[in-house]
Design a protein around this ligand. Sequence first.
Ligand code: HSE
Length: 431
Amino acid sequence: MPKGSIGVAVVGCGIIGSAVSEALRNETALFKQRAGVTLQLRHVIERDKDRARQAAIPEKLISDDFSIALKDPQTHVIVELIGGLEPARTFVLQALKAGKHVVTANKYLLATHGKEILAAAKKAGTCVQFEASCGGAIPIIAALTESLLANDISRVVGIVNGTCNYILTQMTQNGQSYEAALKGAQDAGYAERDPTFDVNGTDSAHKLAILSSLAFGAEVPFDKIEVSGIDKLSDVDLKYARDLGYVCKLLAIGEKTEGGLSLRVHPTFVSVDQMLANVHGSFNAISVYGHAAGQTLYYGRGAGGKPTSSAVISDILEIALGTAQLLFANLPILTDKKKLNFLPSSQIISRNYLRVTALDVPGVLAHITNILSKHGISLAAINQPESKVGHSVPIVITTHEAKDGAVLKAIKEIDQLKTITAPTVRIRVLQ
Ligand code: HSE
């Protein structure tokens, strides 16, 4: 690779691809001033050429043939922004084999085939950069692989999906419906092409797999992560959260416990006085706990074309500077992962919010509290609004810390009571 100048091919011209291509055409003077290197956009590979034309890409740069970028000796970096598993995986492996460096924002690909891809890069003597895969513009990968290297990291907790955070913010602060808020996130360019992975928690789990593998230096098979999303949340619980002094956030949590690594993504009630409760809209925030640093927090725009292009282009510049290759070749937590134990989900300990729906008849509350007490679950608060005898009524409970296995068993028993008229809702409370 020539010093001071680097040729780039962008593969995929969706929201991020368009923003990256635009910056590579219009902001090279800034990049030269900041990093001392010249970036040259040589190809934009897009199956739907009209899409690239609509993004104002000059005709001579557009192609639907990936092999053009592969064969071009002046293309040093291939930026994969098509998303999904295939053909992204094949293109990335071909690029590495051809001696190109790869920059990708593809969390799905890395969470699923990361081990294979990183090994292929090592074998080829090239590198893979993926700052844009987690947290959009937030330099969280750099924090984990550079700035916090002196730390034994015990916990990573974050809001890592801009779409979900935007939806929850709109529903909570502006009273929008779930559907209207999701449409808003799609219109703003935050959501994936198919937003299913955003709202069902899978996208956050992909990011958690990447972050926790770097934080803990561990191999993280994706199926070790417990995942639930915001797609089944009800407005009623968001309202009760507010009444209780909480905000509901979709959190990705990775922590080292004595029983092994605990990895999970789920809606969580966060006390309004915690920093994560005050992260709104498409913003993301990730807290990392190091033995020396203590708690650190990284905050910024987690989705959208322009913010994500900041991470993509910084990755390209680090390759142009040669720092990315050095780190990739020498840093064990990037490629040489330890096999660690995982904590079974029944052993996870957390506080809980329960909304039990029961007929208002004598003894119902006693039955519920008896079951909770039998399973060793201690109540922090309980509230039932006044109602008419014989009508269904919500009983809102928060618990002290309890093991998940015990909580789920208790809920199952509660829901079998004849007086229970709807399944109990359980949401974890952040401690
Ligand atoms: N759809 C993702 C989000 C994009 O909403 O966070 C950034 O990875």
